[in-house]
Design a protein around this ligand. Structure first.
Ligand SMILES: C[S@@+](CC[C@H](N)C(=O)[O-])C[C@H]1O[C@@H](n2cnc3c(N)ncnc32)[C@H](O)[C@@H]1O
Length: 233
């Protein structure tokens, strides 16, 4: 199963959404550290009572800690999965009018009905790899157009590992997840099953730069990257 069919199939089901909410987010050994870097970047970014955009808000796991860390900010969360949005609605209810959740498909960002706000920052965690490369570049261009001058864009996501370096990657990754095994063919099969399309790190940075962001990878372990973009003032 490929492309759009795989990703719609994957996330639109209640079972998948609940499974992610209960455990999916916690299985990745780099997640806590990169989330903590995201929070530090947001806290230092003078968000005030401005808005922060969460692309692929899921069940609101990251949105919740962001709303706690930025007590005056408003968070707008986008996702195309109704059961994920329902879980996010429950989790984030206590933040009242500081949260706005919108159904939207990031593969067609211009069709997303985004409220008019002062977007001081945007972030995306473990979501962008669900888009094709063309869609990733378009999503970066869209988000760069939305954030205010000086605004922050943080992308936390997987990057593509190529075959000649697969064994080297495996050796590095096993330092934090000793159970990881398999061949490059298994790796490709897993990606296909999940409908994942990670792009090369250098391509993702290039698309961010073409979109008008100053961009850099500021945290990387194995194939898990935290990319930071800043729109010129
Ligand atoms: C792995 S989950 C991550 C959720 C959340 N960011 C977190 O880290 O807990 C990926 C999320 O991206 C959403 N997603 C995937 N492709 C999408 C698309 N094209 N448009 C909008 N949301 C999408 C899925 O529905 C799912 O909620």
């Amino acid at each position: 199963m490929g492309g759009i069919v795989a990703r719609v199939h994957q996330w639109q089901g209640k079972e998948m959404a609940t499974a992610w909410d209960v455990g999916g987010g916690h299985q990745l050994p780099t997640r806590a550290e990169q989330q903590s870097v995201l929070l530090a970047l947001l806290e230092a970014s003078e968000i005030g009572d401005g808005a922060v955009l969460d692309l692929g808000v899921g069940s609101g796991l990251v949105a919740e800690v962001v709303l706690e860390a930025l007590p005056r900010a408003e968070l707008i969360g986008i996702d195309f999965s109704p059961p994920m949005l329902e879980l996010a609605r429950e989790r984030l209810r206590r933040f009242g009018t500081r949260v706005l959740l919108r159904a939207g498909d990031l593969s067609e960002p211009n069709a997303i009905d985004l409220p008019l706000r002062r977007y001081r920052a945007a972030f995306s965690v473990q979501t962008i790899h669900h888009l094709s490369d063309h869609e990733k570049a378009a999503a970066f261009a869209w988000v760069a157009g939305i954030v205010e001058p000086g605004g922050l864009v943080v992308i936390i996501d997987r990057v593509r590992v190529e075959e000649p370096l697969f064994k080297d990657w495996l050796l590095v990754w096993r330092r934090i997840d000793p159970t990881t095994a398999g061949t490059f063919a298994d790796h490709l099969e897993d990606l296909a099953q999940a409908g994942d399309h990670p792009a090369l790190l250098e391509d993702q940075l290039a698309w961010m730069k073409v979109a008008g962001l100053n961009a850099c990878c500021l945290h990387l372990y194995g194939n898990r990257a935290l990319l930071v973009g800043r729109k010129a003032r």
